[in-house]
Design a protein around this ligand. Structure first.
Ligand SMILES: Nc1nc2c(ncn2[C@@H]2O[C@H](COP(=O)(O)OP(=O)(O)O)[C@@H](O)[C@H]2O)c(=O)[nH]1
Ligand SMILES: [Mg+2]
Length: 361
C-alpha cells in the first residue's frame, strides 16, 4: 500500500458548490512519518483523509434528503383531546391556517355531543414551499362530557394502540410496502380548562395513563378568558400538579439527547403548558391582516406573544420539534409497543398482505 500521496491539484467538485466551512480543520491524526502535510481522518479508517486532499461531498446528503422528502412528502398525525367547547377544532385550524378540522364528509353540521368518546380522523394534504405534508387530525368528541367520565381514556388508548398494531403488521409482512402508511399519533394536544383552579381528576388520569404511549402536549385552552396574573398562577399550579402526579409530558426529560437539547427543552418545559387562544377569523390591525378574536375591548391577536402563547406552541410543534415528535413516537412509544407485542406472542408471525387492511386515512 502506498501511504504517501504526492500533493496534487484536485479538480473542483462538479456538484454542488463547496460550502464555506468545508476545509476547516476537522479531527484528524497527523501521520508524522509520512510527510508534513498528510492527515487522515479518524473515521475514514484506512481510506485517504478528506481534510487535506479536497472536497468529497459528504455534506450533499442533506440536499439529497431534502429532494427525497420533497418528492415523497411526510405524514403528521395530531390528536386533540379535551371536553367539548374548549376550542380544539379552532386551534387546529389556527395552527394550520385552514379548515383542517371538522371538515370530514358526513360530519354532522349540528354536531351533537356523542354518548361515548368517538374517534374521528380526517386527513388533508397541505403543501408549503414544495413540501407536502399529509396531516391527519384525530378528534375525540365526547371526551369528558359525560356525567360519569370513568375510563373515557380507554377508546383513545385503544385507537393509539391500533395504529401501532397496524404499523407492526405491515412491518412483519413478507411483502412489505415500500413506504408503510403512518397513522400513528405523533402528538396528542391535551386541552386544560381555563378554570384558574386545579386540574380535574380526569385530566391527571388521562395524562398519567397515556403519557407512556403517546407524546402529550398539555395546553391551557381559551387563555383570553383569564387575566395575565391568573394565567401565570394557573400555569405554575398546573406544572406543579403534573410534577407531583409524576406525569411526563413531551418533550420528556429522559429523551433529551445532549446538553444542547436539554437546555433548549428545559426552556420549553419551563414555559409549558402554553396558554393559547385560537381563531380562524381575520382582522385588520395596524394595516396587517391577523388572526384574532374581537372583543368589546379590542382584538386578541393569536400570534402576538403579548396576547397569548399560541406562537410559542406553533413554533415548538411545527418549526422546531415536528421531526422529533415523529422520532420519539417511532423510537420510543412504538418500540415499547412492538417489544411488548412480540414478547407476549412469542414472536409475531408474518402475515400475508391480504390479511392487513389498507390504511383508510
Ligand atoms: N374565548 C375564546 N373562545 C374560543 C377560543 N377558541 C375557540 N373558541 C370558541 O369556542 C367555541 C367552541 O370552539 P370549538 O373549536 O368548536 O371547540 P371544540 O368543541 O373543543 O372543538 C366556538 O364558539 C369558538 O369560537 C379561544 O381561544 N378563546
Ligand atoms: Mg371540535
Amino acid at each position: 500500500m502506498s501511504d504517501v500521496v504526492p500533493p496534487e491539484v484536485r479538480p473542483k467538485p462538479v456538484v454542488p458548490a463547496k460550502p464555506s466551512n468545508v476545509g476547516a480543520p476537522s479531527p484528524s491524526i497527523p501521520i508524522g512519518t509520512h510527510g508534513p502535510n498528510l492527515a487522515i481522518s479518524h473515521a475514514v479508517g484506512h481510506g485517504l483523509g478528506s481534510t487535506l486532499l479536497g472536497y468529497i461531498g459528504i455534506d450533499t446528503i442533506i440536499e439529497q434528503m431534502r429532494k427525497k422528502t420533497m418528492k415523497t412528502g411526510f405524514d403528521f398525525n395530531i390528536m386533540v383531546v379535551g371536553h367539548s367547547g374548549l376550542g380544539k377544532s379552532t386551534l387546529v385550524n389556527t395552527l394550520f391556517k385552514s379548515h383542517v378540522s371538522r371538515k370530514s364528509a358526513g360530519w354532522a353540521r349540528d354536531e351533537k355531543i356523542p354518548k361515548t368518546v368517538e374517534i374521528k380522523a380526517v386527513s388533508h394534504v397541505i403543501e408549503e414551499g414544495g413540501v407536502k405534508m399529509k396531516l391527519t387530525v384525530v378528534d375525540t368528541p365526547g371526551f369528558g362530557d359525560q356525567i360519569n367520565n370513568d375510563n373515557c381514556w380507554e377508546p383513545i388508548s385503544k385507537y393509539i394502540n391500533e395504529q401501532y398494531e397496524k404499523f407492526l403488521k405491515e412491518e412483519v409482512n413478507i411483502t412489505r410496502k415500500k413506504r408503510i402508511p403512518d397513522t400513528r399519533v405523533h402528538c396528542c394536544i391535551y386541552f386544560i380548562s381555563p378554570t384558574g383552579h386545579f386540574l380535574r381528576q380526569l385530566d391527571t388520569e388521562f395524562m398519567k395513563r397515556l403519557s407512556h404511549s403517546v407524546n402529550i402536549i398539555p395546553v391551557i385552552a381559551k387563555a383570553d378568558t383569564m387575566t395575565l396574573e391568573e394565567r401565570q398562577e394557573f400555569k405554575q399550579r398546573v406544572r406543579k400538579e403534573l410534577e407531583v402526579s409524576g406525569i411526563e409530558f413531551y418533550p420528556q426529560k429522559e429523551f433529551d439527547e445532549d446538553m444542547e437539547d436539554k437546555s433548549d427543552n428545559d426552556k420549553i418545559r419551563e414555559a409549558m403548558p402554553f396558554a393559547v387562544v385560537g381563531s380562524d377569523k381575520e382582522y385588520q390591525v395596524n394595516g396587517k391582516r391577523v388572526l384574532g378574536r374581537k372583543t368589546a375591548w379590542g382584538i386578541v391577536e393569536v400570534e402576538n406573544p403579548n396576547h397569548c402563547e399560541f406562537a410559542q406552541l406553533r413554533d415548538f410543534l411545527i418549526r422546531s420539534h415536528l421531526q422529533d415528535l415523529k422520532e420519539v413516537t417511532h423510537n420510543i412509544h412504538y418500540e415499547t409497543y412492538r417489544a411488548k407485542r412480540l414478547n407476549e406472542n412469542g414472536g409475531l408471525h408474518p402475515i400475508s398482505s391480504s390479511d392487513t387492511q389498507e390504511s383508510n386515512l
